[in-house]
Design a protein around this ligand. Structure first.
Ligand SMILES: NC(=O)c1ccc[n+]([C@@H]2O[C@H](COP(=O)([O-])OP(=O)(O)OC[C@H]3O[C@@H](n4cnc5c(N)ncnc54)[C@H](O)[C@@H]3O)[C@@H](O)[C@H]2O)c1
Ligand SMILES: [Zn+2]
Length: 389
């Protein structure tokens, strides 16, 4: 569809512009060498999508295509479509759910569908879903006709606080996750807190571990809020979620703004991820959600930080308590050798050195290259013991 002359957004439906209170939306700017866009966090962004689209230069005149998954569409599709004039309903493309479908074959199929539906270089793709739809949608947008614009409408907490921001897009190979991809920033991100209503509680908690990570590595006030307001957050109180999401996004935006391509500072976002990724790989990506594996990985990284007496005991205890307060973390079994092997293959490693993120205190992170196998094994044994209980 094309929102001709922006009429829908600006004039003909003015009653909703009047009713709509912009103050309920928080805006975060992402600015880096190759990106300049905003992330809006708030309620009712879905139904007021046309209004927000109208504010992005040139976007309202584009032909729009939506990429989503059947599950998400059945929950929220009808509501989303109310944002579009009845005669200008956008074509909807579907990606089946699950990591197994985050593959190049799906990108080819979706590209063919876009072409058949008449998408051209000026078309605008909306990735409406969790991190999988976002990563595939972003990659599809990066390569379709050598690159078209896209907008992220993340529907999981993980996607709202993390994956929709920062421009990393991609798909999996059978030999490893996210091994094919591209940096392609969205034109905008709209994180509607309301869509989280239908998110299973376990998925919500898994996403919150990435926010806890954001607090640990850079934002003490976010950490304190997560520590103190757990009940409101887990009850999906919109104001509490808005605060958590916007603070997490702000942290990531700052880091990506300084180091877009992960040559330095952006590495700190991998806190908990070296061992977390190893756990995901060693358990076949089936047993734990990403955020849950990262929570175990953060506990392991804390153990190493503590052993080095880098992290004060008081901070270590607060962080551990907070991680457990958002649990329970699912139990799992794995062999230390498998974890060590998987950690060695982590693609974040650089030419034989193992880069590892440690925490010297709440709100702080450092990247080191001298974590030994002995330290890794000790941390892995510690969490494996806890995970087997
Ligand atoms: N690009 C990045 O920077 C980045 C960062 C972190 C993670 N990721 C990627 O993100 C992916 C994981 O994302 P995810 O955790 O969002 O998983 P997901 O996309 O699989 O979504 C999780 C589940 O929630 C369902 N769902 C989504 N929104 C819903 C809603 N509002 N109500 C009810 N159910 C809903 C989905 O159908 C799915 O079953 C991984 O592939 C990971 O590699 C990318
Ligand atoms: Zn992560």
């Amino acid at each position: 569809m094309s929102l001709d002359d922006n009429a829908w957004a600006k004039g003909s439906h003015s009653e909703f512009t009047v009713r709509y209170d912009e103050k309920i939306v928080r805006t975060i700017h992402v600015k880096s060498a190759s990106a300049d866009y905003t992330v809006q966090v708030g309620c009712d962004l879905l139904v007021h999508f046309a209004y927000h689209l109208g504010k992005i230069e040139g976007a309202a005149k584009r032909r729009i295509f939506i990429l989503t998954s059947p599950e998400i569409w059945s929950l929220w599709g009808r509501q989303f479509l109310t944002a579009f004039p009845p005669v200008q309903q956008p074509p909807v493309l579907f990606l089946p759910p699950g990591e197994a479908n985050k593959r190049l074959t799906q990108v080819e199929r979706l590209s063919t569908e876009l072409a058949a539906a008449g998408a051209d270089r000026s078309s605008l793709l909306i990735a409406f879903g969790g991190g999988i739809v976002g990563d595939v949608g972003g990659f599809l947008a990066a390569i379709y006709m050598r690159g078209i614009d896209y907008i992220q409408m993340p529907t999981t907490l993980l996607a709202q606080v993390d994956s929709s921001v920062g421009g990393k897009t991609g798909v999996n190979l059978t030999v490893g996750k996210n091994l094919i991809g591209s940096f392609h920033h969205p034109r905008a991100v709209f994180a509607d807190v309301g869509v989280l209503e239908t998110l299973p509680a376990r998925e919500l908690r898994a996403g919150l571990f990435e926010s806890i990570k954001a607090g640990i590595i850079r934002d003490t006030s976010l950490f304190r809020f997560l520590e103190r307001d757990r009940e409101a957050i887990l009850a999906c109180d919109p104001a509490a979620l808005k605060r958590v999401i916007s603070a997490s996004v702000r942290m990531k935006a700052e880091v990506v703004g300084i180091d877009e391509r992960e040559s330095g500072l952006r590495m700190i976002l991998n806190f908990g991820h070296t061992i977390g990724h190893a756990i995901e790989a060693a358990t076949g990506y089936k047993k734990l959600l990403h955020g849950e594996a990262i929570a175990w990985g953060m506990l392991a990284a804390l153990h190493i930080s503590r052993m080095r007496t880098l992290l004060p005991e008081k901070d270590a205890a607060r962080i551990e308590n907070t991680i457990h307060a958002y649990g329970p973390l699912p139990r799992f079994r794995a062999r230390v050798t498998d974890l060590l092997d998987a950690a060695g293959h982590d693609k974040k490693n650089k030419a034989g050195t193992r880069r590892f993120v440690l925490c010297p205190g709440i709100g702080n992170a450092v990247v080191v290259e001298n974590v030994t196998d002995t330290e890794m094994i000790s941390a892995m044994e510690k969490i494996l013991n806890e995970a087997a209980r």
